[in-house]
Design a protein around this ligand. Structure first.
Ligand SMILES: [Zn+2]
Length: 293
């Protein structure tokens, strides 16, 4: 069971979001900046996302009538502007995902401010608006990032793991929602194989790799919760995997009482509920301000 479940629009039993992090080849440039430009294999693996997988995913969403959320580093938006245009044309949301997938834990202080704001400028120019949401590269949120989100009036973060369903984070500078992630609904563990950035995992077959996701859905559905996938076009957008996700989407939309929405719409819904007297669970940040021993 879930304590304090969120009432979803039109009495839907479960809110659902398939969120894609379109990292493209930023991962190799961030990990191996000295010679990434000549590492053609990982560049090609990343390019598969914007060039092959995203058109496939957008076509599925078009015929199913879904609007969803994509998180894209600013550098990728600048490098693949036609992909950004296609995502926006489909009515989807694009969230902030760093500049070139730099890890906030190792890119701190002024370097983090610069990277964060550079990506923000790209959003303003290519999307015509500031993003509503943020997901940290490798989920590595720091208090500096939380403060930047509050400073720039972000509505939500989607990198943290303190609950099963959306909650509110209160900080000294202001509040924002958290659309929580976890590793059980992320496609990195079952599908990533990427020696250059330290992952050498046995790649699961499509149905075995996806099976855990559907078990997560069933638990959230039963509890009236929130089911979110955190997936990558170059992994889950591959032909055989996406074929299975597409079949699952089709069946779920037909047979279950679900609300698929971009995360910004879920933030809007939480605002409306709060105005009506509902209180989401609150986490107060910062958790700590000094070394713990
Ligand atoms: Zn990413």
């Amino acid at each position: 069971m879930i304590q304090n479940p969120i009432p979803w629009p039109n009495g839907a039993r479960c809110a659902c979001a398939i969120t894609f992090d379109m990292d493209a080849d930023s991962l190799i440039h961030c990990a191996r900046p000295e010679d990434s430009f000549d590492r053609v294999y990982p560049i090609s693996m990343g390019r598969y996302g914007p060039t092959v997988a995203i058109p496939r995913i957008l076509e599925t969403y078009r015929w199913l009538g879904l609007k969803q959320s994509f998180f894209i580093p600013g550098w990728c938006m600048e490098t693949y502007p036609e992909t950004v245009e296609a995502i926006l044309k489909g009515g989807h949301e694009i969230g902030h995902h760093g500049w070139i997938h730099e890890d906030p834990v190792t890119t701190k202080g002024e370097a983090q401010d610069i990277a964060f704001e550079k990506a923000l400028e790209t959003h303003k120019r290519l999307c015509g608006a500031v993003p509503a949401g943020y997901r940290a590269p490798v989920y590595n949120v720091t208090q500096q990032v939380i403060d930047l989100l509050v400073k720039h009036n972000f509505r939500y973060d989607s990198s943290l793991m303190a609950d099963d369903i959306p909650y509110e984070m209160q900080t000294p500078g202001g509040a924002l929602y958290e659309m929580p992630v976890h590793w059980g609904t992320d496609d990195w563990p079952p599908f990533a194989h990427y020696d250059e950035i330290g992952y050498l995992m046995p790649v699961r077959g499509p149905s075995a790799g996806l099976a855990g996701f559907w078990e997560e859905f069933e638990a959230q559905y039963e509890a009236g919760g929130f089911f979110m996938l955190i997936v990558h076009p170059f992994l889950t957008g591959r032909l055989a995997r996406w074929r299975l996700v597409e079949k699952w989407l089709e069946k779920t939309l037909e047979t279950r009482d679900v609300w698929f929405a971009p995360l910004r719409d879920i933030a809007d819904h939480l605002d409306a509920l709060k105005a009506d007297g509902f209180t989401p669970r609150v986490e107060t940040l910062p958790y700590y301000t000094d070394r713990q021993s």
